[in-house]
Design a protein around this ligand. Sequence first.
Ligand SMILES: Cc1cc2nc3c(=O)[nH]c(=O)nc-3n(C[C@H](O)[C@H](O)[C@H](O)COP(=O)(O)OP(=O)(O)OC[C@H]3O[C@@H](n4cnc5c(N)ncnc54)[C@H](O)[C@@H]3O)c2cc1C
Length: 475
Amino acid sequence: MNSPQVDADVIIAGSGPTGAMLAAELRPHGVRVLVVEKETAPKSSVRIVGLHIRTLELMATRGLLDPILEHGRRRPAAGFFAAIPKPAPENLDSPYAYIVGIQQPVIERLLADHATGLGAEIRRGQAVTGFQQDDDGVTVELTGGQRLRARYLVGCDGARSTVRKLLGVGFPGEPSRNDTLMGEMEAAAPPEEIAATIAGLGDRHQRFWLRQIGGVYSVVVPAAEVADRTEPPTLDDFKERLRALIGTDFGVHSPRWLSRFGDATRLAEHYRVGRVLLAGDAAHIHPPIGGQGLNLGVQDAVNLGWKLAGQIAGWAPDGLLDTYHAERHPVAAAVLDNTRAQMELSRPEPGPQAVRRLLTELMDIDEVNRRLVEKITAIDIRYDFGPGPDLLGRRLPDVGLKEGSLFGVLRPGRGLLLDRTGGLTPGGRSGRVDHLADPTAALDVPAVLLRPDGHVAWIGDDQRDLDVHLARWFG
Ligand SMILES: Cc1cc2nc3c(=O)[nH]c(=O)nc-3n(C[C@H](O)[C@H](O)[C@H](O)COP(=O)(O)OP(=O)(O)OC[C@H]3O[C@@H](n4cnc5c(N)ncnc54)[C@H](O)[C@@H]3O)c2cc1C
């Protein structure tokens, strides 16, 4: 695997959740990974993000669920769609049928530590500023003029992705209609006074958010119109908005950080151009409603990691790397659509509010509620692997095994032949596909072949048919 002529097999731009997860997914294959991160220090915000069922399942298979539960807060699975306060259906097919709220910098640190623990290098304070690709690799330019050579470059550099822009990939969609200011700061007013003022606001309270976490207030307010949306907001902007909405600014001071985000919805036209790929917010953006962005990016990384590793190791079948775009682009398009729908349902006008009331009523029908919850939590994803039973292309739920359960035996980066017949074999691909012969496995089919991302790539009992599918996915 070592390629002495390159500085790394893969350079990843950005050590946000997507970049760190991708680095960790590549390492078990021996891929030399260098993550370059523009910021010198990790983020220090207290913003809480929600991790949904499919992400929690993947974290369980990567041994990360325990630290996440230790640092996060488990909440009941309710209010997934457009914050309509309905509990999720009871028998969702997952041991992790809940949401974990965790501070974004904490999940980023856990993922970065996981990646470096597996041998990835993260270099801070260096941004990707340019690159040129040729037949053999990519020359990546960093701030300060340094040039590094890699076989592949992956842009995990967020919504304003430099890599995507330099690649010239289109990012069509809708521009932001409403901007929001978000920041963290201290307040001079006592907490009781703030709580009493907010309680007295009634419905107007829904237009902003002020929440104390660890002595610091997380403040979210609708932004005023500005000429230049790329200009960072100031503390005075927050004070002005608070006074306009509530009549007081609570004496906010000492900001930790201040930011502006919009509700733009955009999807990159291509996730791969030659040796350069895009993942996470660099490839798709949408309003935060439903809390899906980070989840989507982490799942991009799990889809891409083993394919890129196979390409670098030389065993990837023709076209395997292109399945990354083919599979993940439609998934992001569906998430963008569900956030568009959620945004419409959250508008204050009578029309959208009437539709919201109607949907709220329909969600009393278990199947309707289930469909929406499965969408948001990404357990509904079915990749198009061609004709076959409904399970083909879906993630296999955590089925019971003779010893333990599936999520306990899935190894990062390796496929799994789960075989109730005991008569099948992954053949010469034993380093890439584990074989578990277990007549007690709680499957209602003889055997399944799982890809490293846990999706069902084959169902059956015939070795020759299995061989065809092993070759399709594992070379
Ligand atoms: C208010 C709000 C609430 C949210 N809530 C949720 C939620 O509940 N659940 C959820 O799943 N998602 C949520 N999200 C979305 C989530 O924060 C993002 O989707 C997620 O951070 C995307 O991760 P990423 O790694 O793709 O990009 P980012 O987190 O943006 O990371 C990109 C990294 O690349 C670095 N970088 C940028 N340019 C360069 C360069 N040229 N070279 C090197 N490095 C570079 C940046 O410094 C950054 O560290 C929310 C977002 C907002 C704004």
